[in-house]
Design a protein around this ligand. Sequence first.
Ligand code: NAD
Length: 349
Amino acid sequence: MKIDEIDALGHERVIRFEDADSGLRGFVALHSTQLGPAAGGVRMRVYGGEGEALEDALRLSRGMTFKNAAAGLPLGGGKAVIMGDPARDKSPALLAAFGRVVEALGGRYRTAEDMGMTPADMGLIGAETRYVAGLADGPFASGDPSPVTARGIFNAIRTTSRHALGSGDLRGRVVAVQGLGHVGMHLCGLLHGAGARLIVADVDEARVARAREAFGAGAVASAEIFGVDADIFAPCAIGGILNADTIPRLRVRVVAGGANNQLALAGDGARLHARGILYAPDFVANGGGIINVATEILRIENRETWVSEKLAALDRTLERILSRARSRDVGPEEVAEEIVREALSRAAA
Ligand code: NAD
């Protein structure tokens, strides 16, 4: 196994790892451990080259610093990427070798499941290191995070609606939901239970049929979800969907959903603000997922109470962000980043 330190501006530590025997190759980026050990999943996918893989690790680990800090967790931001096709290149030997990389970092990095990984893979990694979460079983195994993620988004929708529409009561509100996967389908259940009317889109027709049947949802083709006449848009599929092409088409007053990296470019937050659309910053709205994983990393005994308290605190953070954004007449994502920077400087002081 070869582990090399890489000089990466703006990050605390970045390493490149390579294990010739198992074919393991990739990067771990520790963006910040100011608030605690750097936590963030390991992603395995095919990259166009080492530059692209490194770029992904840098960007994602920075995002985890923001998400963990906004959720008020004693965790910093980190991420690992493994280069390769999970269907073809993943093997027990490769996962074990990755476990040894994590162990060598001595607990400064806590890994978990991300794209291309499964709970069973986490078990194989966990045979080599204590610093792994997302296990399928065990005393603190946290399981599927999406129900808690959906609860956090539901709170964010109510809070953002209170600011933009004058009330957090969702009865009769129309919500357009993009993506009916783990998060989107749970969210639809909560919205339906609160009396909202749903209009949904997914590239998977079977999921659309399920939402129609279970929640009486209306449906549109996936490209049309941006133009739906609704009160709220909840993106729960993929990133980059708020951009120069889609923002002018939106006919909603609120955007609050679970997808990561919803804004394609930094200026897209200002673009939404200029159109009078109130945006719940994604790394705040979807913080329920990492709160769920944190119960495992931090070995929380009284799980349900702790999760509920953290979700309530996350909601108060969003409330503060939206109030400050309104008084300064700027987009909430600008304030959300500021609030995280303030938390980091307090920790550094
Ligand atoms: P998922 O893979 O279970 O679901 C994604 C859904 O989006 C699928 O049904 C898919 O068919 C659909 N989809 C893909 N492209 C689409 C398109 N162009 N238009 C409409 N639908 C499309 O994923 P998930 O776990 O539900 O996560 C959804 C998003 O939330 C992702 O961005 C993820 O990174 C983010 N997120 C998830 C969690 C969690 O707890 N699972 C936590 C935080 C953030």
